[in-house]
Design a protein. Structure first.
Ligand SMILES: Cc1ncc(COP(=O)(O)O)c(C=O)c1O
Length: 447
């Protein structure tokens, strides 16, 4: 008999597995809960894909989308035209990110597009200024910057790189401040931050600083397994960039809009980046939209240019889509009355405490880490050797947690938690109980 989903190839999945093991089809959602085609309702501790920060029932965003579809379902933002909502959103976003001194917004269709735009604008900035050799990019190992060839070239995770090589020339990677595993065998986060920053500066110097266009980093590394740098790290990166005339791109696709417990990851670490990549929670996941924010420092170089080098010959059919812009405007209104960073921080602390207790109770947890409402459990089969837990055991744990009423994201040997930022303390308890049950089921299978 023909199985469901045979015609579907999914992102980040081997297409062969879908033939025997069809994905769970989600059919509806309410608040922070999702319901599947078998009528099972679970708490969504993934928050869609780190993006449904306000949950699934935010009526004002749905209404804004519906109304915009009636008024103007689409118009282009290419030269000479745009839409009223696109204009308004650019104003509102530059205000929203005033503390980061963002002066302009360039709209995209999602995170990978925002990264691609930032990389291109970084190169162009140097070209306009006559610094034509600055084309190289440096990123962090374990960093994730989407799937376009630019972003993937600067991704620092072998998993996302291996099957698609070769990549863009001129992209280099340095160690990230991951206390659990690092080449320096350093567990102290402030010391590790210094060592990683030194490695970055060494790389810049060995590349010749006048060839480096930008350093790109996530303020908290997400897809690489929720790696939270020491608070000194991003400021050190900023300093190195400044000392060598290099731009700093903050990839805030996950961290903007409250997930870390601050409105942005850059604000969390007290840093003003030169370019910021946004997407995901910008529309609460209800419509695909992204933005690259351009800091005041770059604005004049582009706008005052007279020889054509400042012309942005880059953009997407859906740049500034009016429906996406309407959704984002509604999100920003919601955020004015919804103190997401505070809830993220409070619930995040409860979650962290609970995960630490689970670590004491279950030998499978090698490391529990996170900040705000982005956390990861790194699962191992042998704690002292830090041996990654095998794929089947990871799948079993994920399935048992689901059976116990919670959706988590299994990625390699990491269990990633990124629930909506509106969860309550009771939801946190539900998540912890379900994980407890999932890990107990694994122990039972082994003992
Ligand atoms: C930090 C970061 N940058 C870029 C992206 C790519 O975004 P998208 O999947 O919307 O293209 C992601 C996606 O998870 C991300 O986490």
């Amino acid at each position: 008999m023909k199985k469901e989903a045979q015609e579907l190839w999914q992102p980040m999945t081997h297409p062969g597995t879908v033939q025997d093991d069809p994905p769970i089809a989600i059919t509806s959602a309410k608040g922070v809960f999702i319901t599947d085609a078998n009528n099972q309702t679970v708490l969504d501790a993934v928050g869609g894909l780190w993006n449904v920060n306000l949950g699934y029932s935010c009526q004002s965003i749905k209404d804004a989308i519906a109304q915009q579809l009636q008024e103007l379902p689409y118009y282009s933002s290419f030269r000479g035209v745009t839409t009223d909502k696109t204009l308004k959103l650019s104003q509102n976003l530059t205000n929203w990110f005033g503390e980061e001194q963002m002066g302009r917004a360039f709209f995209t269709s999602g995170g990978s597009d925002s990264v691609e735009t930032a990389l291109r604008l970084a190169r162009q900035y140097h070209k306009i200024r006559g610094d034509k050799d600055r084309y190289k990019f440096i990123g962090l190992k374990k960093g994730y910057h989407g799937t376009h060839f630019g972003g993937a070239s600067i991704n620092g995770n072998v998993k996302f790189r291996r099957n698609y090589e070769p990549y863009l020339p001129g992209c280099f990677h340095v160690s990230c401040p991951w206390t659990y595993r690092n080449p320096f065998n350093e567990e102290k986060s402030d010391r590790l931050a210094q060592l990683c920053a030194q490695q970055l500066e060494d790389e810049v110097i060995s590349q010749s600083p006048d060839t480096v266009a930008a350093v790109i980093m996530e303020p908290v590394l997400g897809a690489g397994g929720v790696i939270v740098p020491d608070s000194s790290f991003m400021p050190l990166v900023r300093e190195i960039c400044d000392n060598h005339g290099i731009l700093l791109i903050a990839d805030e696709v996950i961290t903007a809009f409250g997930r870390t417990g601050a409105w942005t990851g850059s604000r969390l670490w007290n840093v003003q980046p030169d370019l910021m990549c946004l997407a995901k929670a910008l529309t609460n996941g209800y419509f695909p939209l992204g933005a690259t924010m351009i800091s005041e420092k770059l604005v004049d170089t582009f706008e005052a240019n007279t020889d054509g080098a400042g012309e942005i010959n880059h953009g997407y059919t859906y740049s500034g889509h009016p429906v996406g812009a309407a959704a984002a405007l509604a999100v920003l209104e919601e955020l004015k009355t919804n103190d997401l960073p505070t809830n993220s921080s409070l619930r995040g602390k409860e979650l962290a405490q609970g995960l630490a207790k689970l670590k004491d109770a279950h030998r499978w947890i090698g490391d529990a880490r996170g900040i705000g409402l982005m956390h990861a459990l790194e699962l191992v089969s042998d704690r002292s050797a830090k041996t990654a837990l095998d794929k089947n055991s990871m799948a079993l744990v994920g399935q048992e947690i689901y059976n116990n009423g919670v959706m988590v994201r299994i990625s390699g040997n990491n269990m990633i938690l990124s629930p909506p930022l509106i969860i309550t303390d009771q939801h946190v308890k539900n998540i912890l109980d379900a994980i407890d049950a999932g890990l107990s089921a694994l122990t039972k299978q082994h003992d």
